[in-house]
Design a binder for this molecule. Sequence first.
Ligand code: SF4
Length: 407
Amino acid sequence: MAICTGCSLLCEDIVATFENGALLHEKNLCRKGHGHFRAAFTERTRPMIDGEQVTIDQAIEKAAEILKSAKSPLLYGWSNSTLEAQAAGIKLAERLGATIDDTSSFCQGILMERILSGKIPSCTLDDVRNYADTAIFWGSDPSSSHPRHLSRFSYYPRGEKRQRSYEEERTCIVVDVRKSATARLCSNYYFRVAPGGDAQFMEAILAVLDGKIPKVADKKKMIELSSVLKKTQWGAIFPGLGMIYSLQDKMDLFEQLLSRLNEVTTFKVIPMVGHCNTRGFNELMFEKTGHTNSVSFQGGSAEHGPKYSVITAAKSSDAALAIGSDPLSALPFGTARALARQPLIAIDPRRSLTTDAAKVVIPSALSGMEAGGTAVRMDGVKIKFEPIMKSDLLTDEQILTRIMEAI
Ligand code: SF4
């Protein structure tokens, strides 16, 4: 069996065979995972310096030279790297006195930090399958982002206490700005919120739970929702980026809603993390520094704050290393431009906008296919995997170790 690193569900029941570098046969992959496996051998990178092909040793030497001579290097990405590579990256950041950040600093990191510090109750997806009678997809759309979420864990499967499953025992609620694929597919209740209106929606639920009149147009529907929540025996909320971006600095309100709901019944939270190992990086960083991301090791100690988020740090760094992500495609234009203007090192198995703009490109083995390791599922469960094919390429971890040795 193989595991799929196409999203943070890390499905472990995948059967895949390849022939001559192409996917020949597969079983259990969703459409997203199928695309992930099928694209594995296209657009592979080669070791490059300034657009010229070099040996892997030369590329690693050059990367080490750039990082060593930089005054404020930035190490960014990590969300698609294994835990082993992430740990090597954190060591490298400490050694260099660098700033280190990952994709969660502008998405789920704020919520993950509250979960890891115990302020917001969480659980595993297996608990959801076994016990949950209510699942709330808030600003998230698993049918598109994590296509096997509903079938493996949250809606369709039978569980220890949910033998009658979605036909009779599971209620699905979708709160979103639009009627998403998930809302169309499984929602017993769909609540449309205006863009940026999630805080107001939470206040309305809190008001009804406290027996007050909610300040929303459709009071009847809100009272109906409150009654479903109160009747829930064991519920799970899956917040997506829609909720995180809308709440911004009002995350305390979500914490307040959770604690109020847990006075009446049981509700847990699992953030709908996108990349396959974002949570792994968050957990390693939290263990080391008490924060999930945006940390600077300059001066020998760990400092955390928004100025160390990639969005700000990219504007003051004088060299950057991108790994396990494609920041030039994903980040805002100003940040991408700042990264492209400095000596940029890209460690990636496949070609991307970032590798195209990088001064140094170091090809790596594909995690989950050519490289084994460990990743952390969106719910905190560690998944170990073995490579399913032979490769002469170095893993992310080996590349980072060699850069460290060269420094
Ligand atoms: S749900 Fe995610 S991990 Fe599972 S097969 Fe699809 S893309 Fe891969």
